[in-house]
Ligand binder design. Structure first.
Ligand code: NAD
Ligand code: TYD
Length: 350
């Protein structure tokens, strides 16, 4: 029997992880703790909200007292920690928000786990979900492995790197059983339209320009979100304590090539004349400190835990576009109100 706390379960990746666990493990008690920031949306979990093994807890991981009391009340024995501020551009305008949630919030969870679990660490786990961005940037060649040195370049990646270090430090210092995974860029249904792929789908639907930063020659390694959720499930059940696992799509794309492919698919799916979405591409001022290239060497998780991505980029991207086309209400809801202010501010000077 597991009583699992999943943090950030109303967000993009978290909602797919919650769904997978709720559907796959009827005997586990699954608690989704989320502050419901702009990025958290319970609409993402409509289909599982009534399941008997699922409970939603609205709480902020920055609130140490509440976190302690929830650990006391529910006696979670395992944690999958995804709650975070997750967007690089927002971290450039407000680094402190990232320090608070990603560093302080993580320490609050670690402290609560440590004090409730005391020194009985049998059948306990603190699983911290992190990003490949902690490794900094690659040049034109090479891959990030689990032993690559941390070298974060953005306030977002610096805050995630710091949280990774704290998790590891609690393992070394207090014996807290932990696992960390560092994953490449995710895409798929339910992603907030501030990140590249859903933002550009949204803009094409609105006939708005597609702001490509700099020359567009930046490379990311894209993984379908459900493949990430499956990897998290495998690491959670089969991963070795105190280990780190890199998770990646083995699927590198230069931004400009990805955007052109997306434009082509969108033209077909929404019956626009060939080339009309591509004409919306606008090269804008670059992101400061923009990392040139991320790419993951996923040999360890493949060989040791038997995971590999199942969904091809062609299928994943097509499914993603279809999801946004079928969920225009979701898109309209999340892009009303505060989103408009964010968009104006972020893209004003471009
Ligand atoms: P997201 O921004 O879509 O969701 C974050 C969730 O955390 C939201 O539901 C939000 O309400 C919640 N949250 C934020 N602050 C909180 C707080 N103080 N207390 C409680 N809940 C809070 O993020 P995502 O893209 O789903 O990323 C999830 C995790 O995976 C993050 O830790 C991120 O660093 C990591 N990650 C993301 C990617 C990616 O490509 N999106 C890749 C690798 C790793
Ligand atoms: P993003 O989705 O923000 O993820 P990350 O910064 O975590 O990799 O961005 C993916 C790539 O797309 C990154 O190189 C920045 C670029 N990008 C743009 O060119 N224009 C945009 O409007 C956004 C949001 C991103």
């Amino acid at each position: 029997m597991n009583t699992i706390l999943i943090t950030g379960g109303a967000g993009f990746i978290g909602s797919h992880v919650v769904r997978l666990f709720v559907e796959k493990y009827p005997d586990y008690a699954i608690y989704n703790l989320d502050a419901l920031t702009y990025a958290g949306n319970l609409e993402n979990l409509k289909d599982v909200e009534k399941a008997s093994n699922y409970t939603f807890l609205k709480a902020d991981i920055c609130d140490a007292e509440t976190i302690q009391s929830l650990f006391k009340k529910y006696r979670f024995n395992k944690v999958i920690h995804l709650a975070a501020e997750s967007h690089v551009d927002r971290s450039i305008t407000d680094p402190l928000a990232f320090l608070k949630t990603n560093v302080l919030g993580t320490i609050n969870l670690l402290n609560a786990a440590k004090s409730i679990w005391k020194n009985d660490f049998s059948n306990k786990l603190f699983y911290h979900v992190s990003t490949d961005e902690v490794y900094g940037t690659l040049g034109e060649s090479g891959l990030f492995t689990e032993t690559t040195s941390y070298n974060p370049n953005s306030p977002y990646s610096a805050s995630k790197a710091s949280s990774d270090h704290f998790v590891r430090a609690y393992g070394e210092t207090y014996g807290l059983p932990y696992i960390i995974s560092n994953c490449s860029n995710n895409y798929g249904p339910n992603q907030f339209p501030e990140k590249l792929i859903p933002l550009f789908i949204h803009n094409i639907l609105q006939n708005k320009s597609l702001p490509v930063y700099g020359n567009g020659n930046y490379t990311r390694d894209w993984l379908y979100v459900i493949d990430h959720a499956i990897a998290i499930n495998i690491v959670f059940h089969k991963g070795k304590i105190s280990e780190t696992y890199n998770i990646g799509g083995c699927n590198e794309w230069k931004n400009i090539d990805l955007v052109k492919l997306l434009c082509k698919l969108m033209d077909v799916k929404i019956n626009k004349a060939e080339g009309s979405s591509e004409r919306l591409i606008t090269f804008v001022k670059d992101r400061p400190g923009h990392d040139l290239r991320y790419a993951i060497d996923a040999t360890k998780i493949r060989h040791q835990l038997g995971w590999k991505p199942r969904v091809t980029f062609e299928t994943g991207l097509s499914n993603t576009i279809d999801w946004y086309l079928q969920n225009k209400e979701w898109l309209n809801n999340v892009t009303s109100g505060k989103y408009q202010e964010y968009y104006k501010k972020q893209y004003a000077t471009n």
